[in-house]
Ligand binder design. Structure first.
Ligand SMILES: *Cc1c(COP(=O)(O)O)cnc(C)c1O
Length: 476
């Protein structure tokens, strides 16, 4: 009996892959890698990059059509925080869907958008002596939240009669999304280079990345050195700048590179000194990932604009928000419509997303998630110590619920593996074959699991990561 079921499911899985490859174009993917040797859409198991049809999620695990279970060590692109299928979020969405699935947010409002805005503002980073973040502008994905922040900053100065302030300062190795405005302030060559002719010019400052510190230099000294260069850039160009954008503490897409919080303190001072807005992109770092609810808290700073998305709904719904100060909001109040912020998306403030966001924030309180994460992060750090000693591991680093392993030949930072060896892709395949989703950034493997991951799954993750690194680097 169970054999029969198994065979049926196997057929279903092959069928799903073939139907997918016939109809779906995937994000961030060279589609050619999903096809096995020239054939169109057949056995994906032989393809360079296997395609996994997922039919169910349970906590930290994904289940494919064939019944295989995969540990989601990357939280499905950093979105899932409380686990797949979290019943309290699922119930909140179902209830909201029965009551009000969507209404336009121009001229109308609804209780979930109001309550979520109140909750976000109450929990946002605060800095003594500053006006708090006071207004929430909704969008539906992280890139859109970044576009909103950039446009608000520029438009605010324009309304003030300072249209010459139209440049943005961003950091080397930063990432803020894929739309043209967000890409313009990003610095990941793989995503940016092709579109460079289309992008507005930004001013790039050095990354405070501690991995790039000189031998013997502390993370703090490295961060302050980067801040000194930023200071001179602003001395030269400050008059043309409307805002600076930064991923606080952790440049995620840039390879899980981490920096000392002292950098953010200096950035806050420099932005104030030059009268420019500080935009914190907390899209990946927000909602407990770095140890505090928002990364800015660890530097004791408050931004003027803050972008959130990814974990906002616990990973259930696409939703984003840009938080702004009262002073920014007030700069748009006028009789003229042109002076208003007319940006909108069809699904701005979608009730299902807002209901999921409220449920997710309630879980932070009910389960004391930040406290539980302290224990989980400690355990992750201990498990990482053994992996750090493996040959070809050049660095192991941690920031809260993120641990990253940077591979290098013989563990040497100065000799990365030849990109043509595609060590990261080998690692992806090796981990997937062992039932773990590790989706490396280049040759950087990382753990960024749902917060509900238990000790047994963490131990399994550590074992499989070690085996994966051994296998992927064996013939390199
Ligand atoms: C993912 C990400 C974005 C873009 O969000 P999308 O929802 O993918 O558009 C922006 N900034 C950071 C820091 C991110 O990690």
């Amino acid at each position: 009996m169970s054999n029969v079921v198994h065979v049926d499911v196997m057929i279903a899985e092959r069928d799903l892959v073939a139907r997918d490859l016939a109809a779906v174009w995937h994000p961030c993917t060279q589609m050619r890698e999903h096809f096995s040797d020239g054939a169109a859409g057949d056995g994906s198991r032989d393809a360079l990059l296997p395609l996994v049809p997922v039919v169910r999620g349970e906590g930290a695990w994904l289940v494919d059509a064939d019944g295989h279970r995969y540990l989601d060590a990357v939280s499905s692109w950093w979105t899932n925080i409380h686990g797949h299928g979290e019943p309290r979020i699922a119930a909140a969405i179902a209830e909201q869907a029965r009551t009000l699935e969507h209404v336009l947010l121009a001229g109308f409002t609804h209780p979930s958008a109001i309550a979520l805005a109140e909750q976000l503002l109450a929990r946002a980073p605060r800095q003594a002596g500053r006006d708090p973040l006071a207004k929430v502008f909704y969008a539906d994905n992280g890139s859109a939240a970044v576009e909103v922040a950039l446009k608000m900053a520029f438009h605010w100065f324009r309304n003030r009669g300072e249209p010459e302030r139209r440049k943005f300062v961003a950091l080397h190795n930063g990432y803020h999304g894929e739309t043209l405005g967000a890409l313009a302030v990003g610095d990941i060559p793989l995503y940016r280079r092709i579109y460079a002719p289309l992008l507005a010019e930004a001013i790039f400052a050095p990354s405070p990345d501690a991995y790039a510190a000189r031998p013997g230099q502390t993370a703090e000294a490295c961060a302050l050195e980067a801040a000194d260069v930023l200071a001179s850039l602003l001395d030269a160009h400050g008059q043309e700048v409307c805002a600076l954008i930064v991923e606080p503490l952790l440049q995620c897409a840039g390879g899980m590179r981490m920096h000392h919080p002292a950098y953010l303190g200096r950035v806050r001072e420099l932005c104030d000194a030059h009268g420019i807005f500080l935009i914190a992109d907390e899209i990946a770092t927000g909602f407990g990932r770095t140890g505090t609810l928002f990364a800015c808290e660890q530097a004791g700073i408050q931004p003027d604009l803050m972008c959130v998305s990814k974990g906002l709904t616990g990973g259930f719904m696409p939703l984003a928000a840009t938080l702004a100060t009262q002073a920014i909001y007030d700069g748009f109040l006028d009789d003229s419509r042109e002076r208003a912020f007319l940006h909108s998306h069809s699904y701005t403030g979608n009730p299902l997303g807002c209901a999921a966001g409220l449920a997710s924030l309630a879980i932070f309180d009910q389960d004391d998630v930040l406290e539980r994460n302290r224990t989980t992060a400690e355990r992750m750090g201990k498990l990482a110590k053994d992996i750090a000693t493996l040959p070809h591991v050049a660095d192991a680093r941690q920031c809260g619920m993120v641990v990253a392993f940077e591979l290098g030949r013989d563990g040497d930072r100065a000799t990365p593996f030849d990109p043509s060896l595609r060590v990261g892709l080998q690692a992806y395949r090796a981990a997937l074959a062992r039932g773990v989703v590790l989706r490396p950034l280049g040759d950087i493997l990382y753990w960024m699991p749902p917060y509900c991951i238990d000790d047994a799954a963490l131990a399994q993750l550590a074992d499989i990561t070690a085996a994966t690194i051994r296998e992927a680097t064996a013939c390199a």
